[in-house]
Design a binder for this molecule. Structure first.
Ligand code: PMP
Ligand code: GLN
Length: 384
């Protein structure tokens, strides 16, 4: 169909998400899909049973608008257990349709036209469109290739009277870096005495390797009193398709996020929330997840060790970056395309997460895959 109505796009320069593009191309060419971040193995069958039971027990209508109370209580208990603060589950937790909706609600809540939001690039693809839709201006700090560390002096220089928020993502997608306690101290010294809000995308909080500690904004009183922290059960329970996440923070901030949330989705899939409530209470720290993914990372590194792809350090998330400069001087989008078409392995070009800088010669591979998938992919990668 067509239309005679003139349309003014609100996001004229934003194309189809790189995840949709690469997954479609991977399927078209029957490539092994290590591009979009999702497991190719199933979640715990007991979790599926718990959702089915909730459905059979008749929990098939709207949940309370901010979320099933048992789940909000579970989230509050988990946060206290892991990071220290005591949250009021009635007013300081809201369950959202994945972290994506949590980020959307939080950014649209706080970003007003003319506001600036400081971001660290490469950055996850949903942040910038939402900031722009809210009339805000993204201010990019380039993480320093190849270790993707933060130049804190650059952050200091980027702060202006218009800075409304700083968006922090640790463990970091796509680079797999994690922030240290020193990074948190630097951040605290920058926001001290300002009105800057912190937005923490901590969806990979339980996927952190080699004995590192997840440095949540919630650990630090001087950070959490101005922070909304967002997480996702999709990553923690291998259920990316269920789209359940949450935001937590001080009551005055969450009250405003809830104002927006109630007109985005109003409330989230009830049976899934009931099931997650049970599972979060049972094991708030998701203890098995870190060793599970660390083994996968190590296997993938071992399998690709003989290739010309050079791995960059991965301290968390389920993404591994590889430098491909020993193979080609193509642009990352070109080589990523060629890898799918000629070698039938799909990855993500890291430049898709960049706005200001060109970045390094790096591709992102997702290792949230069955061992046999990783083996089959590595067999192809070592031949390139
Ligand atoms: N933030 C980051 C850094 C992510 O990697 C993702 C998804 N992979 C999200 C947010 C969105 O999470 P969800 O699928 O729960 O919406
Ligand atoms: N977060 C996932 C990734 O980084 C994908 C999410 C999506 O498809 N929007 O690959």
């Amino acid at each position: 169909m067509t239309t005679t109505v003139p349309i003014t796009s609100k996001l004229p320069d934003i194309g189809v998400s790189i995840f949709a593009v690469q997954t479609r191309l991977a399927n078209e060419h029957k490539a092994i899909n290590l591009s979009q971040g999702f497991p190719d193995f199933d979640c715990d069958p007991a979790l599926v049973d718990a959702v089915a039971k909730a459905m059979r027990d008749g929990h098939n209508q709207y949940a309370p608008m901010p979320g099933v109370l048992a789940l909000r209580e579970g989230i509050a208990a988990k946060v206290e257990h892991l990071y220290g603060p005591t949250l009021d589950p009635m007013t300081e937790v809201v369950v959202t349709s994945g972290a994506t909706a949590g980020l959307f609600a939080t950014l649209t809540t706080f970003v007003q036209p003319g506001d600036e939001v400081v971001l660290f690039e490469p950055c996850y693809d949903s942040y910038v469109p939402v900031i722009r839709l809210s009339g805000g201006t993204p201010v990019f700090i380039s993480l320093r290739y190849p270790d993707y560390s933060v130049n804190w002096d650059e952050v200091r220089r980027a702060i202006t009277p218009r800075t409304r928020a700083i968006l922090v993502n640790t463990p970091h997608n796509p680079t797999g870096t994690t922030w240290s306690a020193d990074d948190m101290r630097q951040l605290a010294s920058i926001v001290d005495g300002t009105n800057i809000i912190l937005i923490g995308d901590e969806v990979y909080e339980h996927i952190i390797f080699d004995g590192r500690r997840h440095e949540s904004l919630l650990r630090y009183p001087e950070l959490r009193d101005r922070a909304v922290v967002i997480s996702s059960f999709g990553k923690t329970f291998h259920t990316t398709g269920w789209k359940v996440g949450y935001c937590v923070g001080p009551q005055p901030l969450i009250a405003e996020v809830i104002r927006v949330h109630q007109f985005m989705t109003f409330t989230v899939h009830t049976p899934s929330q009931i099931a997650f409530a049970e599972f979060v209470k049972k094991d708030p720290a998701a203890t098995a997840l870190t060793p599970f993914y660390q083994k996968k990372r190590d296997l993938f590194l071992q399998l690709t060790a003989g290739s010309r792809f050079r791995p960059l350090p991965c301290g968390g998330t389920y993404f591994q970056l590889f430098d491909y400069s020993a193979i080609s001087n193509e642009k990352d989008k070109e080589i990523a395309h060629r890898l799918i078409v000629e070698h039938r392995v799909a990855s993500i070009p890291v430049s898709a997460f960049l706005y200001k800088d060109g970045g390094g010669p790096v591709l992102r591979f997702c290792f949230a895959k069955k061992d046999e998938t990783l083996r089959a992919a590595a067999e192809r990668l070592v031949k390139i």
